[in-house]
Write a new protein. Structure first.
Length: 360
């Protein structure tokens, strides 16, 4: 919205600042951050009154989690409201990529909200049917992938770019849409599985998002893209504004989610943020890089898949408990120890992902 103030500029005054993505990204960040600080406590108080008993705790989970009984969930609403306000105020609203990512985020948020609502009202950890969640998620991802393929430059449409083989494009043809759907839905569910300890998911999400803010800005600028040997996708630079709002909202949420958490993100937040990462990766043609930058989420998801498949085949478990962060809890690691070490891993993976941009 504020971008239109640039039309009042004669080229050398204050209003000219609104033309710059970096300036508007800063505005989106601080808008979302202040929004989170102002509305965080009132939202938590409201959720506590409405939910009464808070998020139900699994009986088979680590024993120390029972101390968290009564903590309200759906705290992801704070992040989503902050990033939506920040995006609508500071991003160019005539940019199709911004709308694709924002609508994917809000679409998965609705799935998560329905799941959280079912858990709270039934006071049981089993919420919305997994099949229903998956089908709706795939439908949202299919619409987003189709829209992105139409907006992509013709030379990149339905193509898969590889991070190290920069001159190589793999034409997936009709299989690109299903591939992109898997990326978006997979990212949403991987972040959802990671969200099991206070502060565990939100910081790696922000680290991955910051990495993709840089990627979006680079591939959206032809000069930077050509210098780095990347495939330019004009218009994606505007996603840096969306990501800045996400990080600002995420920090506002982390203020209240830091151990001991006053509120849980819930599926409302984790599915939405994971979906956002997946959508940004698809839009910027960096789907493979997401697997590196979001490697922590990949490992969390794989730990569940391995545990389930191995148990069905042998009746035994590979991990003491899955997802893998619970395995380390069972081994005696403290919650803060796990969270901080996972943050470090997420940062290292993000730096590796950024390094692929420069390697020719």
């Amino acid at each position: 919205m504020f971008y239109w103030l640039a039309s009042l500029s004669d080229g050398g005054d204050f209003f000219n600042l609104f033309r710059y993505i970096t300036f508007r990204a800063g505005g989106a960040f601080f808008t979302a951050l202040i929004f989170g600080f102002i509305f965080g406590r009132p939202l938590i108080d409201l959720l506590r009154r409405k939910q009464k008993k808070g998020q139900p705790i699994r009986d088979d989970g680590p024993q120390n989690h029972f101390a968290k009984a009564g903590t309200p969930t759906m705290g992801g609403l704070l992040i989503l409201a902050a990033l939506t306000v920040g995006t609508l105020l500071w991003a160019r609203l005539d940019n199709g990529y911004v709308w694709i990512v924002l609508l994917v985020t809000l679409g998965f948020a609705l799935i998560g909200f329905a799941d959280d609502y079912a858990k709270v009202t039934k006071q049981h950890h089993a919420g919305l049917s997994g099949r229903v969640r998956m089908l709706i998620g795939l439908a949202i991802a299919a619409a987003a992938a189709t829209a992105a393929s139409f907006l992509h430059p013709e030379a990149l449409s339905n193509q898969l770019a590889l991070p190290l083989l920069k001159n190589t494009l793999i034409n997936l043809g009709i299989f690109y849409i299903p591939f992109a759907m898997v990326v978006i839905v997979g990212a949403a569910n991987a972040v959802n599985l990671t969200d099991g300890l206070d502060g565990l998911a939100i910081m790696p999400v922000m680290i991955a998002a910051a990495t993709f803010a840089i990627i979006s800005y680079m591939v959206g600028n032809a000069n930077f893209a050509n210098y780095l040997g990347l495939h330019p996708v004009p218009g994606t630079g505007e996603l840096a504004v969306f990501v800045a709002a996400l990080i600002g909202g995420g920090l506002g949420f982390l203020w209240y989610n830091a151990p001991p958490a006053a509120v849980f993100m819930g599926d409302t937040g984790s599915l939405a943020l994971g979906g956002a990462l997946g959508a940004i990766a698809v839009v910027t043609k960096h789907e493979v890089v997401l697997a590196i930058v979001g490697g922590l989420f990949v490992v969390e998801a794989l730990s569940v898949i391995i545990q389930v498949l191995y148990f069905k085949r042998t009746g035994k478990r590979v991990f003491l408990m899955a997802p893998i962060h619970h395995h380390f809890e069972k081994k005696g690691w403290g919650e803060a120890q796990i969270v901080i070490r996972f943050w470090i891993i997420a940062l290292i993976l993000a730096l590796i992902g950024l390094a692929t941009l420069k390697i020719r």
